[in-house]
Design a protein around this ligand. Structure first.
Ligand code: PLP
Length: 387
């Protein structure tokens, strides 16, 4: 009967993350640095407000574009963050950041259209593109450049079929942030070569060392051709609420709203109420979570630097580190599986995210500092053992 399943779905491989988590279930006493999800619970102010609103009837469909009160809060938030006025028609509320990604691709891609993606990258991108007949063209990035995409390499990959360039900054799995001058150059190429840009900025609040988030959308000529995806999952510790939004020019947000309408009718109404509360929360709670991730990054970065055969750069944002272990082994999967078997620590093989991740592993800083200390002790012992 499996042959009846659509080819495009059948060929999705079990992700390296799932492989590791399934294996990890066989062990007690595992420390998982595998999953890209904040360990904090959603702030209770958000939960309480959503609960109250649900009891008061926020249990119905909303408009496909989103609960008008949420759209208004998003307008206010974007105005504060980007000093720009957005009309409600430039915003659509989605079921997680993933809902924004999929409705964008469903709205713009025709079979055969090419989408350029710097790799390594968040694996579901490929599925959302291929489900509508699009073609992923990977653009390699390199450890020596902290995995920042090269504008020249992007330009070289453009063909007459290229319709979209997908950027993700701050970046999963590497934690890299695209510097301002590189954004300028990429934007110039996008305008000259008439590309649409999908800018996945779901980690926009998770930046360290006083850095200010920059979006390619702000570059000359870009606001007409860029859709930005935001999410409440990472910054507000709201992964399970499945709530996010996209914003951009009306000519594409309108069709994306049509997709949302057919696909999910609307984002979950209670989650939309939680999102209103999140945006009204003020920044202290989010800042304190970001500070904690920054302290964890510093701790693990210093520890990794000391390990023989390990190279690491300091990520500017997110909660990931992406060390290079090539001097120990180029086989990231074997390294991860052996580390799990010998020391019960879960990391994700870097090539799960694309060939440029070969010989690297992704470490998610999603356990507390005490557990991180223990995990690093185990990783040190493992490397000593196999070297
Ligand atoms: N984009 C990137 C780069 C991610 O890492 C993730 C989740 O891990 C998402 C989008 C989707 O997040 P969500 O759908 O939970 O908002």
């Amino acid at each position: 009967m499996e042959s009846k399943i659509a080819n495009v779905v059948r060929k999705i491989p079990l992700s390296g993350i799932r492989v590791m988590l399934q294996k990890a279930a066989e062990y007690d006493n595992c420390i998982s640095l595998g999953i890209g999800e904040p360990d904090f619970d959603t702030p209770k102010e958000i939960c309480n407000q959503a609960l109250k609103d649900a009891l008061n009837g926020a249990t119905h469909y909303t408009q496909s574009q989103g609960d008008p009160e949420l759209v208004k809060e998003i307008q206010r938030y974007l105005n504060e963050r980007l000093s720009e006025d957005f009309s409600p028609q430039q915003i659509v509320v989605t079921t997680g950041g993933v809902g924004g990604l999929t409705s964008f691709f469903r709205a713009v891609l025709e079979p055969g259209d090419e989408v350029l993606i710097p790799e390594p990258y968040f694996p579901p991108y490929r599925h959302h593109i291929e489900w509508v007949g699009g073609k992923v063209i990977e653009v390699r990035t390199h450890f020596k450049d902290d995995f920042v995409p090269s504008p020249e390499d992007i330009e070289e990959a453009i063909t007459p079929s290229t319709k979209v360039l997908l950027l993700n900054s701050p970046h999963n799995p590497t934690g890299a942030v695209i510097p301002s001058a590189i954004l300028d150059k990429i934007a110039k190429i996008a305008v000259e070569r008439d590309l649409l840009v999908l800018s996945d900025e779901v980690y926009e609040r998770l930046l360290f060392d006083g850095q200010i988030h920059e979006s390619i959308r702000t570059r000359p000529g870009m606001n007409e051709r860029t859709v930005v995806v935001h999410s409440f999952s990472k910054s507000f510790a709201m992964t399970g609420w499945r709530i996010g939004y996209a914003f951009g020019p009306e000519w594409v947000i309108g069709p994306m709203t049509k997709v949302v309408s057919s696909y999910t009718s609307c984002a979950p109404s209670v989650s939309q109420r939680a999102a209103v509360a999140a945006l009204r929360l003020g920044s202290e709670i989010i800042d304190s979570m970001t500070e904690e991730f920054c302290a964890r990054r510093d701790q693990v970065f210093e520890d990794l630097k000391q390990l023989p055969g390990v190279k690491v750069f300091k990520p500017a944002g997110t909660f990931y580190l992406f060390p290079d272990i090539n001097k120990i082994t180029g086989d990231s999967l074997k390294f991860a599986l052996d580390l799990l078997e010998k020391q019960q620590v879960v990391v994700v093989p870097g090539d799960t995210f694309g060939p440029s991740g070969k010989g690297c592993v992704r470490i998610a800083l999603t356990v507390n500092r005490e557990l991180l200390t223990e995990a690093m002790k185990r990783i040190r012992a493992f490397i000593k053992d196999i070297s």
